[in-house]
Ligand binder design. Structure first.
Ligand code: SF4
Length: 224
């Protein structure tokens, strides 16, 4: 059975994209080589064995740290039950979860009756169950030098692009022009760090193109 390094598990409300407002169990994977300078989860980048902690300790972890526990699909489902979680939607995020083959894990989660969403940078193949809702947040021209894969864009149910300036919208345009999308994903623009200028630009562009605005609503109300 596949095992995964998980940085944190928590229950909250999805704050971004199409599922905004949906009660969700977040499963944050450890490990990401993409290197976005503005990444707000830099503690997930490196997976080092010395940072492995027991599953029970993960529940009491309070600060953002690279510590992580190793799970498989059985122990993950058991942990949801042990914590008494009630949400029916699971968000697999990171880090970059698509560094792993997630087909067995997502198949087990879907078979248990959960709806499953995955958040990925689009830099790795998306190996998940067909019913999984895929959010590609393309991290273009980042220091890790990973190209955005056409196959990831083709699998996307929504494309959620973080922007701070016009250059980021231009980069998205170039990316979208490079691939013939067979299903038309919903496109969101999400201002980086709630900056006022970025928010203004995102609103104007969304109105002009009939795209959607995604705000990190969890940050506005101070929840995880
Ligand atoms: S892909 Fe996500 S986790 Fe990785 S560096 Fe970029 S924002 Fe951070």
């Amino acid at each position: 059975m596949s095992e995964f390094a998980i940085n944190e598990i928590f229950q909250s409300v999805q704050g971004e994209g199409s599922h905004t407002g949906v009660p969700s169990i977040f499963v944050r994977f450890q490990g990401c080589p993409v290197g976005c300078p503005w990444c707000d989860t830099q503690h997930t980048w490196i997976t080092d064995k010395k940072d492995t902690i027991p599953i029970l300790e993960l529940a009491t972890k309070r600060q953002e740290a690279p510590t992580h526990a190793i799970f498989n699909s059985d122990t993950l489902l058991a942990e949801f039950t042990r914590r008494g979680y009630t949400a029916k939607h699971i968000v697999i995020t990171g880090g970059e979860p698509c560094m792993h083959d997630l087909l067995p894990l997502t198949t087990a989660l879907v078979a248990t009756g959960f709806s499953v969403q995955i958040e990925t940078s689009g830099t790795f193949p998306v190996r998940v169950h067909d019913d999984v809702f895929v959010t590609v947040s393309p991290k273009i021209n980042m220091p890790g030098k990973y190209p955005i894969l056409a196959e990831a864009l083709l699998r996307a149910d929504e494309i959620k692009h973080a922007i701070a300036m016009q250059k980021h919208i231009d980069e998205l345009d170039t990316l979208l022009a490079s691939v013939e999308l067979t299903q038309q994903p919903v496109i969101f623009l999400q201002p980086i760090s709630q900056q006022a200028r970025a928010t203004d630009l995102a609103i104007k562009t969304c109105i002009a193109r009939n795209w959607r605005l995604s705000l990190q609503t969890h940050k506005f109300i101070g929840i995880e």
